[in-house]
Design a protein around this ligand. Structure first.
Ligand code: UDP
Length: 139
């Protein structure tokens, strides 16, 4: 099933470095429509739940610290084939491996501090959107 929505986070490093505007511009000119958005901060419990799939990984503790250390921008994006197209737009997890012109190539510093999150499936896009937004906050 191909849905038309994905979920993204502009991670704390993007907010700290003042990249919110540039990244949203890139998202917008790439054909995504913002249907929900907020500046917020994840609690430790939020981050542990959001990244529960990685809780056995050696980087988990650092990941939770990173994701909770400051505000993030959470957003729901709409576009045909949104999940796959947004993963292409953000680039590989490690910016060193990311294609030129992708958001991570442009704005990420390392495999851990990699600027943005993008859902990896339609199912996770729905779960992650519902984690951050109520139905009435999605337009
Ligand atoms: N991550 C990390 N070290 C690693 C792999 C991942 O710190 O070796 C972090 C990184 O912030 C990444 C997040 O964990 O975005 C989730 O990892 P995943 O493999 O799901 O990558 P993504 O889907 O974000 O590209």
């Amino acid at each position: 099933m191909v849905t038309n929505r994905t979920f993204t986070i502009l991670k704390p490093d993007s907010v700290e470095k003042g990249y919110i505007g540039a990244i949203l511009e890139k998202i917008s000119v790439s054909g995504f429509r913002i249907v929900a958005m907020k500046l917020t901060q994840m609690t430790k419990a939020d981050a542990e739940t959001f990244y529960a799939i990685h809780n056995e990984r050696p980087f988990f503790k650092d990941l939770v610290e990173y994701m909770t250390r400051g505000p993030i921008v959470a957003a729901v994006l709409e576009k045909e084939n949104a999940v796959e197209d947004f993963r292409t737009l953000i680039g590989a997890t490690n910016p060193a491996d990311a294609t030129e012109g992708t958001i991570r190539k442009l704005y990420a510093t390392s495999i851990s501090e990699n600027a943005v999150h993008g859902s990896d499936s339609d199912e996770n896009a729905a779960i992650e959107s519902a984690f951050h937004f109520s139905g009435r906050e999605i337009f």
